[in-house]
Unconditional design. Structure first.
Length: 169
């Protein structure tokens, strides 16, 4: 594994008994402005003049991973939380006041699985129908039909309802 410090230096990581330790090149750390300002957590290894180390626990490692994932999610246009909440609402929505009409763990499980399956089937159907409509719209946009007032009232192309007698008079 590798880790990047706030000064953009990359160091190798090794697993220790209490957590992890990252080792950085001492020549690059000595010229880093963050070390001079004492804002860097990397410290010189005793007896070793070629490395600085930075020790962190598994908990801090997981926090950093979580922060990184959160920053990546913020940069995306979609939010997975809203998608999950919409899915839960779709599964619960068919039941009045969000109350299931059955009792018991087995029956509740069966009803919820069936509701989730129907939600998925509805979404797949909407996707398929939407794709078909999109393709039809693309084909229609290639050659749009030309209608003029004369072509509508022309006797050879007039619709059948236009030729019917009017009984309202």
């Amino acid at each position: 594994m590798q880790v990047t410090c706030p000064g953009q230096q990359t160091g190798s990581v090794t697993a220790e008994a209490k957590g992890y330790t990252a080792y950085f090149d001492a020549a690059l750390c000595r010229v880093c402005p963050l070390l001079a300002e004492q804002r860097c957590r990397a410290r010189r290894v005793r007896g070793d003049k070629t490395h600085f180390n930075w020790a962190f626990s598994r908990k801090e490692f997981l926090w950093a991973q979580r922060r990184k994932r959160y920053q990546q999610l913020k940069q995306q246009e979609t939010n997975p939380r809203t998608a999950v909440q919409a899915t839960v609402r779709s599964v619960k929505h068919p039941f009045p006041a969000s109350q299931l009409p059955v009792r018991g763990r087995f029956r509740v499980t069966c009803v919820m699985v069936a509701s989730a399956a129907m939600t998925n089937i509805r979404r797949i159907w909407r996707y398929v129908v939407g794709e078909k409509q999109r393709k039809d719209a693309e084909e229609a946009s290639v050659q749009p039909p030309m209608f003029t007032l004369a072509s509508i009232f022309h006797t050879s192309s007039s619709p059948a309802w236009f030729a019917l007698p009017c009984f309202s008079c």
